[in-house]
Design a binder for this molecule. Structure first.
Ligand code: GLU
Length: 431
C-alpha cells in the first residue's frame, strides 16, 4: 500500500500572459513539416485536428466542507497507430489549447521512437501544491471515474506529467479497477512498482535526456567532463537529468524551479539541493549560491542548457541572450519557432523535445506491455531496452538532419509525421 506523500505548499503559480500559443505553434510545425516532406492536404487536414476531445466539469469536496467544481480535459489527437498515450497535468494554467498541442506532440513523439501508440494528453486546472493529500486523492479519483468511458488499456492510457506522479497514478488505477470489477493495471502507466509499475519508469525521462546529451555532445565534440550544465526545472525530470548528466562528468552550475533558481559557478551539491527542495518546496534559497530567476537561469553562461520545466521558455525575447553551446529539451515545447530561428542563426543546436524526453513514454510502453503480459523485467533490462530504442531514434534524427540539411527538430518532426501520415494513407478513409 502506498501512502500519500505530503508536499510542502508553494505559492500558487500564475499563468504567464506572454506564453506563446502552443496549439498555434504545434499546428504551424505540422504544416511546415508537411510542406517539406510533401504530405497531401487531406492527411494534413486530418492531423491538424484532435480526433476526440473531452471536457469534464466535476465536483470535489474540499477539506473545509465546501464543494468545488474543477475543469479537466482529455484530448486524443490521433488514434491511427494504436491506443493513445500521454500524461495528465495538474496546473493552474491547464487550458484546452495547451492540452491539444501536448497531445499532438505525443503523437509525433510515439511515432519517432516507433511505439504502437497515438498521442493524447489531459489535465485538470488546479494548483496541486495548494491541495491537501485528501483533496488531491478525491480530485484524482473523481476525474478518473469521469474518464472511465473513454480510456482503457486498448484505448487510452494516461501517465504522469507536471504536477502528478506515481501516487496519482495508483489512485487512478484503483478507481478504474473498482469500476471494471477487477485489477486493471494496464489502464495507466507511471504507477508505483507495487501496483504494476515498471522498474526504471520514475527515472526514465531524465535518463533519456542524459543519454541524448551524451550522444549529442559526442557528435559535437563537447567534452562533458569539462562542461557546465544548467537545468531549468527541478521536478522529477529536471532533477534526474541533472544527476545523470553530472554522473557523466558535467558540473551542474545552476538549477531552477517555479520558486526561483540558484547559481554556483564551482558546482552544486545535487543531493543537498534536492534535500533543500524537499523541505522548502523550492531550490531557491539554497545556502552558498547566487539567486537567479527561473527565466534568468536560461541566460547563465554554460555549455549545455536543459530546459526541463514547461513550454514557451526560450522565445524571441531571450534567444539572442542564451550563452550555451547546446540546448537539450527536457520539457515539451520549451522553444518557440521564432527562437528556433534565432538559435539556428547563432549556430546553437537544439536536440528536440520529442526525441530527448521520449524516455518517459518509452518506459511507459514497457510498463503497459509488462502489465498486459503479466511478466515483469528487472531494471537493467528496462534500461537496456530504453537505451536501444532511443539510440535508434537519435541516430535516425541526426542522420536525417545531416543528409537533408534541416535542423534536428525539423528532422525529428519530418520522420515522425511521415510515419503517421503513411499509417493514415494505408488505412484509408472510413466509410
Ligand atoms: N508526460 C510524459 C510525456 O510528456 C509521459 C507520457 C507517458 O508516459 O505516456 O512524454
Amino acid at each position: 500500500m502506498t501512502t500519500a506523500i505530503s508536499r510542502p505548499r508553494r505559492p500558487a503559480q500564475v499563468a504567464d500572459p506572454d506564453l506563446p500559443d502552443a496549439w498555434a505553434m504545434a499546428r504551424a510545425q505540422l504544416r511546415a513539416s508537411a510542406a517539406r516532406t510533401g504530405i497531401e492536404r487531406d492527411v494534413v487536414e486530418r492531423l491538424s485536428h484532435c480526433e476526440r476531445e473531452f471536457t469534464l466539469n466535476f465536483p470535489v469536496r474540499m477539506d473545509d466542507g465546501t464543494l468545488h467544481i474543477f475543469t479537466g480535459y482529455r484530448v486524443q489527437h490521433s488514434l491511427a497507430r494504436g491506443p493513445v498515450k500521454g500524461g495528465l497535468r495538474y496546473a493552474p494554467t491547464v487550458a484546452i489549447d495547451e492540452v491539444r498541442a501536448l497531445a499532438m506532440w505525443m503523437t509525433w513523439k510515439c511515432a519517432l521512437v516507433g511505439l504502437p501508440f497515438g498521442g493524447a494528453k489531459g489535465g485538470v486546472r488546479c494548483d496541486p501544491h495548494s491541495l491537501s493529500d485528501g483533496e488531491r486523492e478525491r480530485l484524482t479519483r473523481r476525474f478518473a471515474a469521469g474518464l472511465v468511458p473513454v480510456i482503457g488499456p486498448a484505448v487510452d492510457i494516461p501517465a504522469p506529467d507536471l504536477g502528478t506522479g506515481p501516487q496519482e497514478m495508483a489512485w487512478f488505477m484503483d478507481t478504474v479497477s473498482m469500476h471494471v470489477g477487477h485489477a486493471q493495471p494496464g489502464v495507466v502507466t507511471g504507477k508505483p512498482v507495487s501496483v504494476g509499475g515498471s522498474e526504471g519508469r520514475a527515472e526514465a525521462t531524465g535518463r533519456g535526456i542524459a543519454l541524448c546529451t551524451a550522444w549529442a555532445a559526442d557528435r559535437l565534440g563537447i567534452d562533458l567532463h569539462r562542461s557546465r550544465l544548467v537545468v531549468q526545472g527541478f521536478g522529477n525530470v529536471g532533477a534526474t537529468a541533472a544527476r545523470l548528466i553530472h554522473a557523466q562528468g558535467a558540473t551542474v552550475i545552476a538549477v531552477a524551479d517555479a520558486g526561483g533558481g540558484i547559481h554556483r559557478e564551482e558546482g552544486l551539491d545535487l543531493v543537498a539541493v534536492a534535500r533543500h527542495a524537499r523541505i522548502h518546496g523550492t531550490v531557491a534559497g539554497f545556502p552558498g549560491t547566487e539567486p537567479v530567476g527561473r527565466n534568468g537561469i536560461l541566460e547563465v553562461p554554460c555549455d549545455v542548457l536543459v530546459p526541463a520545466a514547461v513550454e514557451g521558455q526560450i522565445t524571441s525575447a531571450n534567444a539572442s541572450r542564451l550563452s550555451c553551446r547546446l540546448v537539450v529539451e527536457g520539457a515539451n515545447g520549451p522553444t518557440t519557432p521564432e527562437a528556433d530561428e534565432i538559435l539556428l542563426a547563432r549556430g546553437i543546436p537544439v536536440v528536440p523535445d520529442i526525441l530527448c524526453n521520449s524516455g518517459g513514454v518509452v518506459v511507459s510502453y514497457f510498463e503497459w506491455v509488462q502489465d498486459l503480459q503479466q511478466f515483469f523485467w528487472n531494471e537493467a533490462e528496462v534500461n537496456a531496452r530504453l537505451g536501444a530504442i532511443m539510440r535508434t531514434a537519435f541516430e535516425a534524427t541526426w542522420d536525417r538532419a545531416t543528409t537533408s540539411g534541416t535542423t534536428l527538430r525539423e528532422a525529428a518532426l519530418d520522420l515522425a509525421i511521415s510515419r503517421v501520415a503513411e499509417t493514415i494513407r494505408v488505412r484509408g478513409l472510413y466509410p
